[in-house]
Design a protein around this ligand. Structure first.
Ligand code: SF4
Length: 308
């Protein structure tokens, strides 16, 4: 499979498009009409800021440079615990918890965009977070970072299956064809718990038993990716998405596709950006005019998704 980030004449899909297709109406709004909220959610902005800082840290820059880069353009929301100080707190302690200058590992790629042909008609695209090689074994691993404020018992369930992580492994195998790229991906989660940077303490200075401290802000888990046996199922969905693009490119008076109205999909992450339009379809034109702008998603010129 050939890498072809620069080719634009073929249909491509990535994990964001695939995820948005869980609701055809959402997909249509975001990827056919290109309507995105004028103001990004604090979840997204915070996740993007932390990713920027991590990219800088993993590139070997200082914590100060990473924090400065992460905080650049980040605007706090009054009353929200995801502040500029919390960004600095997460990045500083991450460096202590997971040293980025370990002698055991060498970094092969950092925020690397990719695009390659899955079959004759469809490309798979995305942006690799990190690729690391373990020096002694020669094994190569993908490392992905997530931020979330909703870390709970079922957090890791959402990775089974994960086409996003699977796509990263495929891409790593394209980029480093002679390397032994493992099917298991490491996922680092950064959790901005509300009081973690200032835990409430007892009179003796000890934090309360259930109070989160900086150590609770980091989780690392290995995630096994999807096997080749599931490829036909993925291709089937990708062809449906491609057909949707072809249909809307061909017809002159297209009608929107159905809404999913699934509580799980409507509430995913920090909640669907189009909920207001779905609840008040009679106000759709006004809402789009005043609260949305036109901008089409591309993994090639965007930072990866923010909070998961
Ligand atoms: S709110 Fe729900 S039904 Fe409406 S676009 Fe979003 S996911 Fe679809």
């Amino acid at each position: 499979m050939e890498s072809n980030v620069g080719k634009n004449d073929r249909f491509w899909c990535d994990a964001t498009r695939l995820n948005d297709y869980l609701c055809p109406y959402r997909y249509w709004m975001r990827h056919i009409r290109g309507h995105v909220p004028r103001a990004a959610s604090i979840d997204l902005e915070f996740g993007i800021a932390v990713h920027r800082g991590l990219q800088t840290l993993w590139a070997g820059e200082s914590i100060e440079q990473a924090v400065e880069r992460a905080q650049m353009g980040f605007i706090e929301v009054e009353g929200d615990h995801r502040t500029r100080a919390k960004i600095a707190f997460l990045l500083s302690n991450y460096r202590e918890f997971y040293p980025t200058d370990s002698e055991d590992w060498v970094m092969l790629a950092n925020e690397h965009p990719f695009r390659f042909a899955l079959d004759d008609d469809i490309d798979w695209a995305g942006r690799l977070d990190k690729i690391l090689m373990h020096k002694r074994s020669g094994n190569v691993y993908v490392l992905d970072h997530k931020t979330t404020s909703r870390y709970g018992d079922r957090f890791w369930d959402s990775f089974y299956p994960s086409w996003q992580l699977t796509g990263y492994v495929w891409a790593a195998r394209q980029l480093f064809a002679t390397a032994d790229v493992q099917s298991m991906v490491f996922v680092d989660v950064l959790i901005p718990w509300i009081n973690a940077d200032n835990p409430r303490v007892k009179k003796n200075g000890e934090p309360y038993a259930n109070e989160k401290t900086w150590r609770d802000c980091y989780k690392r888990e290995p995630v096994e990716t999807v096997g080749a046996e599931s490829m036909p199922e993925l291709l089937d969905t990708l062809y449906k998405i491609k057909q949707m693009h072809d249909y809307y490119a061909a017809v002159s008076d297209p009608q929107p596709p159905p809404h999913c109205y699934s509580a799980a999909t409507c509430g995913m992450y920090s909640g669907c950006a189009y909920r207001g339009i779905c609840r008040q379809p009679e106000c759709a034109d006004d809402l789009i005019k005043h609260s949305f702008k036109q901008e089409f998603w591309s993994p090639f010129n965007h930072q990866e998704n923010g909070e998961q």
